[in-house]
Design a protein around this ligand. Structure first.
Ligand code: F6R
Length: 255
């Protein structure tokens, strides 16, 4: 795992954006895994400003709420259109988001997995982290080898996401999410976290034991993970001075 600690979310996002942009320039037909929520908003803004060519890219989103229509303002489809897709030249037919209104949920989740495989797998997966350590919507105690499926949000995540919906009672309880096993198959995972509310989850994910109680800790098993943090999200890391030193003294070939 590479841990990048920057003074602000903006600075950490710039590094993450360079990484995503590097892939898009190098592999115009790459497969990107995308996240929603507050965390990647800065990243999407930065990528839009870079005026990259998205025309050959394929995208797969991590998750979607069950039971709300794609047109609902808080559906993750609406989120992606509003915050990224309408601002870039992505091909609509290459955009993939789990179908929260599917009649046959297991079938639709299985097809989502097949589509990822069919596209050649995900080159780079963007991830945020929940205050309870979830990635995608793999809540604590999710199987570390899980695949795309339906999950029930924890009361904590419902509380955390209430600001998007205006009130807790309007947050759907069920979601479709790529599994941890699905995420671990991406060739590169890029985890972003900003703010003191994420500090505990990040410390447990990076330095704690691998445990389904903090699903993001499964990323310790992945050979290529970049974690971009601001100071506040890095606050509880025991080895933060070491991570800073490593980043500042990278050999030229690794920069
Ligand atoms: C959303 C997702 C979630 C969020 C997490 C953090 O697609 O995968 O894991 O990344 O809930 O949400 P924010 O960024 O709103 O704090």
């Amino acid at each position: 795992m590479e841990i990048v600690i920057q003074p602000t979310a903006e600075a950490a996002t710039k590094i993450a954006a360079r990484l995503v942009a590097g892939l898009i320039r190098e592999r115009p037909a790459a497969v990107l895994g995308l996240a929603t929520g507050s965390t990647p908003l800065l990243l999407y803004r930065e990528l839009i400003a870079m005026k990259l060519d998205w025309s050959k890219l394929t995208t797969f989103n991590l998750d979607e709420y069950v039971g709300i229509s794609p047109q609902h303002p808080q559906s993750y489809r609406s989120f992606m259109w509003e915050n990224l897709f309408q601002h870039v030249n992505v091909a609509v037919k290459h955009v993939n988001i789990p179908d929260g209104l599917a009649n046959d949920i297991p079938g639709s989740c299985g097809r989502y997995e097949q589509k990822i495989k069919g596209a050649g797998g995900i080159d780079l997966q963007v991830l945020g982290i929940g205050t309870d350590g979830h990635i995608g919507f793999n809540e604590p105690t999710s199987s570390l080898s899980s695949r795309t499926r339906i999950k029930t949000l924890t009361p904590q995540t419902i509380k955390d996401n209430a600001h998007f919906f205006g009130s807790e009672k309007d947050v759907p309880h069920h979601v479709l999410t790529m599994g941890i096993g699905t995420i671990l198959e991406a060739r590169h995972c890029l985890l972003l976290a900003f703010g003191g509310k994420k500090a505990r989850a990040i410390a447990e994910a990076v330095e704690g034991p691998i445990t389904s109680m903090n699903p993001a800790s499964a990323l310790q098993l992945h050979p290529k993970v970049t974690v971009c943090l601001d100071e506040a999200a890095a606050a509880e890391l025991k080895l933060k001075d070491y991570y800073r030193w490593v980043f500042d003294h990278k050999p030229d070939w690794q920069k």
